[in-house]
Design a protein around this ligand. Sequence first.
Ligand SMILES: Cc1cc2nc3c(=O)[nH]c(=O)nc-3n(C[C@H](O)[C@H](O)[C@H](O)COP(=O)(O)O)c2cc1C
Length: 216
Amino acid sequence: MKVTCLAASNVRGRGPESTSTRVCRLVSELISERVGEKAQLEIVELSGYELQPCVMCGECADTVRCVYDSAFDEIFTKISQSDALFIAVPHYAPIPAKLMMLFEKFQEMAYLHYLTKRKGYPLVGKKVGIVAHGGQPESEETLAYYVDELLKPVANSLASVGMKITGASADWPLGVVFGITGMIEPKGKLLPDFTHDWDQIKARVTPLVEAVLISL
Ligand SMILES: Cc1cc2nc3c(=O)[nH]c(=O)nc-3n(C[C@H](O)[C@H](O)[C@H](O)COP(=O)(O)O)c2cc1C
């Protein structure tokens, strides 16, 4: 079984220490604990890719490849070949621009497939688990905000191209969300570092990972 986890962080310099990549590492650990070597998990960090927005040239209609964007093609191939996808998405404004560039192309390729009456769009039926998070302290209000403004738009965009959104439970039908526990303001640094409750995040992400594995 092949699983891809997309870390949608784009904060320069955080790299593997971005919250989104840490979520992907957690997903990876949870999967290995449950299915061992049966799963091959790859973490794809969008911060390492230079993506281009869709210009709707229509060139991808026959090939499902973007002639202007080899970075997109690489990621699209990885996702197409996966049995399941996880996305760890931070709140930026609200959806990180590189993730939106992927979504634009997912949509336009699906639309061209429909217009040309082709069958078998590679994303149709692909299982997705979404973990959405942001830089505001955890509260009922913040979590509801992350659901409405981040989790739902991401889930809607993926569902519109035929992907199957997997929830963690009846209370979390579209995925899970989390906020921060506090901020540290290191001397001499303009930007604060965020702190998280990783035990609580693990407790939220575990049922999501299990639900995706069961659905495969
Ligand atoms: C451009 C940008 C805009 C952001 N806007 C918001 C925001 O409106 N609300 C929020 O809760 N967090 C916001 N954040 C904070 C991020 O969600 C937070 O830092 C998150 O932990 C980043 O995750 P990452 O390390 O995976 O990139 C913003 C961060 C960036 C870089």
